[in-house]
Design a protein around this ligand. Structure first.
Ligand code: NAD
Ligand code: UDP
Length: 312
């Protein structure tokens, strides 16, 4: 198949490109590098099954189709990034998603949207099931991301209902692994960086808030399975093993062998207190569940960050 991957130079997008190429597909990658990194795709230069166009998907796109599947990963994703680019984030979820849906409509292609657990906001239901409508502050600092993704989901459903586009929506929960950006502020690169430099580990709030961390290889497998399915409504993809951020800091200390002290900082506004995916739907429909234990995923992640200087 010929697959269009938007947001390909990002953390998840670059792993998805690798998997699609390994499965024998042709990949046309697009990115404007607002938060992505050229080095994430550098190893694909010269691959005859891979093409790259530097473009902003919110602008008119002239890409050589026809495509069989359009995969939309384009969006700043870390709180630091989307708060630094709130208008671009709203634009890429709305105009960008629509432009990519138009390509899918033009080519009769499938369309995959990478949405997010942030659609549930600071959830009042736990764990989060796809039928939960969420608790989002529409005017808070995270709203540029949450509402952008909720709009993108609504736009995707509209193209399915109005035009019959074969759409899929993944609600992705916290994912980690090699190729995260060292300075994107997300908790995994932040703690790993601090651990490797033996600096204090910055816990926001008292560290009792919870998250569930999925290794990127598991997530990519879920995305591939979902894009081959007939399910039009959102499907949670994430690891249901939940832990507090304080426990997570301890896991990083153990995995890295560092002796960094813990340092407490103010909790950012609207930081979700608890998050854990209910993945019954993904298990039932896709036969999918995460396979990589946190300890193994952290070894791979630490190896990547340790070798980073040599990667330039
Ligand atoms: P990332 O920031 O590493 O990658 C996003 C990529 O999109 C970047 O390369 C960026 O340059 C590109 N991009 C942004 N705006 C663009 C535009 N207008 N035109 C072209 N390219 C553009 O983030 P990620 O962690 O790889 O996330 C990928 C997708 O998965 C995002 O849509 C994100 O919302 C979603 N997601 C990720 C997570 C996670 O834990 N990583 C969780 C939930 C949802
Ligand atoms: N966090 C933290 N210290 C950091 C970075 C993040 O304690 O240096 C916390 C953050 O407040 C949140 C959790 O870790 O509760 C996950 O943050 P991240 O930015 O990775 O993703 P989020 O799930 O908030 O989108």
């Amino acid at each position: 198949m010929k697959v269009l991957v938007a947001g390909a130079a990002g953390f998840v997008g670059s792993h998805l490109c690798d998997r699609l190429l390994a499965d024998g597909h042709f990949v046309h990658a697009v990115d404007n590098f607002i938060t992505g990194q050229p080095r994430n795709l550098a190893h694909l230069k010269g691959n005859a099954s891979f093409a790259f166009t530097e473009a902003d998907v919110t602008r008119p796109l002239d890409l050589p189709g026809p495509f069989d599947i359009v995969m939309n990963l384009a969006s700043p994703a870390s709180p630091r990034d989307y708060m630094a680019h709130p208008i671009e984030t709203l634009e890429v979820g709305s105009v960008g998603t629509r432009n990519l849906l138009e390509i899918a409509l033009r080519d009769g292609a499938g369309f995959l949207l990478t949405s997010t657990s942030e659609c549930y906001g600071d959830p009042l239901e736990h764990p989060q099931v796809e039928t939960y409508w969420g608790n989002v502050n529409p005017v808070g600092p995270r709203s540029c991301y949450d509402e952008s993704k909720r709009f993108a989901e609504a736009m995707t459903m509209a193209y399915h209902r109005k035009h019959g586009v074969r759409t899929n929506i993944a609600r992705i929960f916290n994912t980690y692994g090699p190729r995260m950006k060292l300075d994107d502020g997300r908790v995994v690169p932040q703690f790993v960086d601090q651990a490797l430099r033996n600096q204090p580990m910055s816990i926001y709030g008292d560290g009792s808030q919870t998250r569930s961390f999925c290794y990127v290889g598991d997530l990519v497998d879920g995305l591939i399975r979902l894009s081959a399915s007939d399910e039009r409504y959102p499907v949670n993809l994430g690891n249901p093993v939940e832990m507090t951020i304080l426990e997570f800091a301890q896991k990083i200390r153990e995995a890295s062998g560092c002796t960094s002290p813990i340092e407490f900082h103010p909790l950012p506004q609207d930081d979700p207190k608890r998050r854990k995916p209910d993945i019954s739907k993904a298990k039932r429909l896709l036969g999918w569940e995460p396979r990589v234990p946190l300890e193994d995923g952290l070894i791979e992640t630490l190896r990547y960050f340790r070798e980073l200087p040599s990667k330039g």
